[in-house]
Design a protein around this ligand. Structure first.
Ligand code: AP5
Ligand code: ZN
Length: 214
């Protein structure tokens, strides 16, 4: 399967990805995670992306298109993949079409994580992540067994620099202006399935698995 997850910041894309990944043995390509790793490692890509990310703006299309084009070559991505946070502009969607055409493959489903903006601040400000695995927790909705510590590795959890109420405003603005048109782009192709992302995580998981098995 080749799946795209689209949704506002905090809608649950990163939370549902491991479930889809395990169920279908797919590779999980999250441009946000890859960019954060590049920023932490201070690579040339990270240096270019840092400022926009901290302001809650999108980084340039060329940067993210390059990362995805490279990642699609990985052996682990040949059976299928989950794109989490890409494409987020119509230009990125068009470039993705070219990358897929060149490889003779197609997207099977685009999952639209529908959620009201008002719910997102609490989700974003309560999130704690385990940076090396990308696992995320929430102080109220998905607490780790020990506060501040990853359940599996015992390593410390951190908060993302852009997970503040103020930066969330810019991220939401970017979502509505630049990413919502991407949902229309795929609706015209007839591959979009809308999920109610406001439900508890397990219920969202059942919806996701139902849509993907149909
Ligand atoms: P990115 O990392 O993609 O951030 P985002 O889109 O803002 O999405 P989030 O990771 O915040 O949300 P999520 O849906 O994964 O939520 P999660 O499941 O963790 O991008 C970051 C930045 O990188 C961008 O701002 C941009 O600068 C840059 N970038 C990335 N891709 C780009 C691209 N293609 N083009 C240009 N720039 C790009 O859930 C959130 C919290 O809620 C967690 O604590 C979780 O435990 C909890 N939760 C999840 N589901 C539920 C539920 N059902 N009920 C209750 N709580 C829940
Ligand atoms: Zn995410």
């Amino acid at each position: 399967k080749r799946v795209i997850l689209i949704g506002a910041p905090g809608s649950g894309k990163g939370t549902q990805s491991p479930v889809i990944k395990d169920e279908y043995c797919l590779c999980h390509l999250a441009t946000g995670d890859m960019l954060r790793a590049a920023v932490a490692a201070k690579t040339p890509l990270g240096v270019k992306a840092k400022e926009a990310m901290e302001k809650g703006e999108l980084v340039s299309d060329d940067l993210v298109v390059g990362i995805i084009d490279e990642a699609l070559e990985k052996p682990s991505c040949q059976k299928g993949f989950i794109l989490d946070g890409f494409p987020r502009t119509v230009t990125q969607a068009q470039k993705l079409d070219e990358m897929l055409q060149k490889r003779g493959i197609k997207i099977d489903k685009v999952l639209d994580f529908a959620i009201d903006d008002a719910i997102l601040e609490e989700r974003i400000t309560g999130r704690w992540i385990h940076p090396s695995s990308g696992r995320s927790y929430h102080t109220k909705f998905a607490p780790p067994k020990t506060p501040g510590v990853d359940d599996i590795t015992g390593e410390p959890l951190i908060q993302r620099k852009d997970d503040t109420a103020a930066v969330l405003k810019s991220r939401l603005e970017a979502f509505h202006k630049q990413t919502e048109p991407v949902i229309d782009y795929y609706t015209k192709k007839g591959v979009v399935a809308q999920l109610s992302a406001e439900k508890p995580p397990k219920e969202v998981t059942s919806e996701v698995l139902k849509v993907l098995s149909s």
